[in-house]
Design a protein around this ligand. Structure first.
Ligand SMILES: *[C@@H]1O[C@H](CO)[C@@H](O)[C@H](O)[C@H]1NC(C)=O
Ligand SMILES: *[C@@H]1O[C@H](CO)[C@@H](O)[C@H](O)[C@H]1NC(C)=O
Ligand SMILES: *[C@@H]1O[C@H](CO)[C@@H](O)[C@H](O)[C@H]1NC(C)=O
Ligand SMILES: *[C@@H]1O[C@H](CO)[C@@H](O)[C@H](O)[C@H]1NC(C)=O
Ligand SMILES: *[C@@H]1O[C@H](CO)[C@@H](O)[C@H](O)[C@H]1NC(C)=O
Ligand SMILES: *[C@@H]1O[C@H](CO)[C@@H](O)[C@H](O)[C@H]1NC(C)=O
Ligand SMILES: *[C@@H]1O[C@H](CO)[C@@H](O)[C@H](O)[C@H]1NC(C)=O
Ligand SMILES: CC(=O)N[C@H]1CO[C@H](CO)[C@@H](O)[C@@H]1O
Length: 495
């Protein structure tokens, strides 16, 4: 939460002592367009599998759940007491009920946030300034629920519910160790903070990532909030290659194209749950991306259910309306972005009932609208000019279209127009001999693009025309007719 873009710039002064294993940055993989010679970035299987999941959750449950403010960010001296962490009803299966009801396919848990508290019993020890070996004793093992391991329960529940699991571990901030921006602050130690060197800090990060990446199975996603420092980069990359080569890495590339993983995912650049209308699977900048980039690096749109960009459970924090959340779905998944929705267990360790109901309401809308297309017997054809056609058996009412590219050989469509033969009595004057009119248009399709028309239409035929850098491979095209809750802000009639 409070996601900073990657903040590597500024760390270049740190002596790169740990970089003895000269790991090299991943080069982008691409092919050349047979049509215009441009670069077409190629995905990894892991990236495509991840885009396929479409919806995930980012679970914010840590010691900050027990303080009034939303985490330890920007309060460098705050080290909440371990005695606060007391989830008496903790049940991670209950979390997964909500994950499933939402239709989310992966869950990434905040194993350590900026306060420094770990919700697994870390066995890491380190050397303090007096050269004594001391344990990292700001963990669940020192809390009232010692003997429990939230990370372990979470992983077991995720596996039981067939949900991919991953971890968020902030490597750039740790209040317990008095670290901001990856640097141990000199001469300002507060109550509860431990006095270490910069080198010791990097070692602790490495050792705790080793615990998380060794003991808890294959991870679907690894989250680097704000990236990592130059002194940590090579070792983290080496550890990833060794322990979790299949994981998709949020913030895995710097905006200058230095990547620690081929399976990188980029940040969309906001926490509102809105991708730009035009959002490519390619590019490394924190925005709508770039169709000409050689890097395949899809965007993830992280956002909250609670209002006011609140990530940890907030007592009496209102929730966003179902209309707004449906809008978020259309502006993220419907715009080729992964929707990663915050999930906030409360102080008892459970998802509150009213939250669970809102997530389920959203999941129910999505499946009721999109699981089954209208007119399943309509005739679908595509030709070798990139056109896609749907001919209906009889006049059929639709109000939206869902388009998916098969991106195995890269994202190749550069723009499209959706045409339809509209036979609505008022529009067409009651005749079937109508010409095609444009009902929506746009640029990027990628994994998925959903266009909601300005209004519902009765149509006999739909035809998509495209421009592209190689002949498009369609994965699917479907049309739907749904409750028009929050059908605003999406693509509208072009004519
Ligand atoms: C990208 O930025 C990082 C950190 O500032 C730097 O170490 C790296 O050399 C840069 N790479 C390129 C290709 O400019
Ligand atoms: C701790 O060990 C280091 C390296 O061996 C040494 O340079 C330093 O003086 C020692 N510090 C103390 C307080 O003994
Ligand atoms: C850690 O490194 C930073 C950057 O070089 C430096 O400003 C800071 O004083 C160091 N911290 C300690 C405790 O030595
Ligand atoms: C932290 O360690 C440094 C180096 O030994 C020392 O100068 C400083 O006084 C220590 N600070 C505290 C609060 O112990
Ligand atoms: C679209 O709907 C959302 C959620 O109801 C609302 O916040 C937003 O203001 C609406 N936008 C427009 C342009 O009507
Ligand atoms: C509808 O068709 C009738 C009969 O051909 C014609 O008189 C009328 O102008 C048409 N209306 C529109 C809106 O095209
Ligand atoms: C969609 O159509 C409108 C109206 O003709 C046009 O202004 C716009 O540029 C088109 N957008 C794309 C992406 O083709
Ligand atoms: C139409 C649209 O929203 N285009 C945006 C696509 O993403 C790039 C990068 O963020 C923006 O510059 C465009 O405005």
């Amino acid at each position: 939460m409070k996601f900073a873009p990657r903040i590597l710039a500024g760390f270049s002064l740190l002596a790169s002592t740990s970089a003895s294993s000269a790991t090299t940055s991943y080069k982008p993989k691409y092919r050349i367009s047979p049509i215009d010679g441009s670069k077409i970035a190629l995905p990894t299987k892991e990236q495509l599998d991840f885009q396929d999941k479409e919806i995930g959750v980012l679970v914010h449950f840590n010691i900050a759940t027990y303080i009034s403010i939303d985490g330890c960010n920007d309060v460098p001296n705050l080290v909440p007491k371990v005695s606060l962490f007391d989830p008496t009803l903790l049940n991670t299966d209950q979390w997964m009920d909500t994950v499933s009801a939402l239709g989310a396919k992966y869950a990434t848990l905040v194993a350590k946030h900026n306060c420094g508290f770990t919700i697994w019993p870390s066995d890491v020890t380190f050397t303090d300034r007096e050269n004594k070996t001391v344990p990292y004793d700001y963990t669940i093992a020192e809390s009232p629920v010692h003997g429990k391991n939230v990370v372990r329960s979470f992983v077991d529940s995720a596996e039981k519910y067939n949900v991919g699991h991953g971890f968020y571990y902030s490597v750039v901030v740790n209040n317990y160790l008095n670290v901001q921006n990856s640097e141990v602050r000199p001469n300002t130690w507060a109550q509860g903070q431990v006095n270490i060197t910069n080198g010791t800090y990097d070692q602790i990060v490495f050792d705790q990532l080793t615990e998380l990446w060794t003991n808890y199975g294959k991870l679907t996603e690894i989250w680097f909030d704000g990236g990592y420092s130059a002194t940590q980069q090579n070792k983290i990359q080496g550890l990833l290659e060794e322990k979790q080569p299949q994981a998709v890495i949020f913030n895995g590339c710097e905006t200058n194209g230095t990547c620690i993983s081929q399976n990188s995912i980029r940040w969309i650049g906001t926490e509102t749950g809105q991708a730009p209308e035009e959002n490519w699977s390619t590019g490394v900048t924190n925005d709508g991306g770039d169709p000409t980039s050689p890097y395949f690096c899809p965007a993830e749109c992280d956002t909250t259910l609670q209002t006011n960009d609140r990530w940890f459970y907030g007592v009496d924090q209102p929730l966003r309306s179902i209309e707004e959340m449906i809008d978020v779905y259309h502006k993220t998944v419907g715009r080729n972005c992964l929707l990663e929705l915050d999930l906030t267990p409360d102080r008892s360790g459970l998802i509150p009932a009213d939250y669970a109901a809102r997530y389920k309401q959203l999941g129910d809308f999505i499946s009721s609208c999109y699981d089954k297309p209208v007119a399943p017997t309509a005739k679908h054809t595509s030709n070798n000019k990139g056109d896609y056609s749907i001919k209906f058996d009889y006049p059929t009412s639709i109000d939206r279209i869902v388009m998916m590219e098969d991106q195995t050989d890269g994202q190749v469509i550069r723009s499209y127009q959706v045409h339809a033969k509209v036979v609505d009595a008022l529009d067409a004057n009651g005749t079937l001999a109508v010409p095609f009119t444009i009902v929506s248009n746009g640029t990027s399709i990628g994994h998925k693009k959903i266009d909601i028309f300005e209004k519902a239409h009765t149509v006999t035929e739909v035809m998509i025309k495209t421009t592209y850098v190689d002949k498009p491979k369609w994965r699917s095209v479907s049309v739907h007719l749904c409750d028009r809750l929050a059908a605003n802000g999406t693509n509208t009639e072009a004519d």
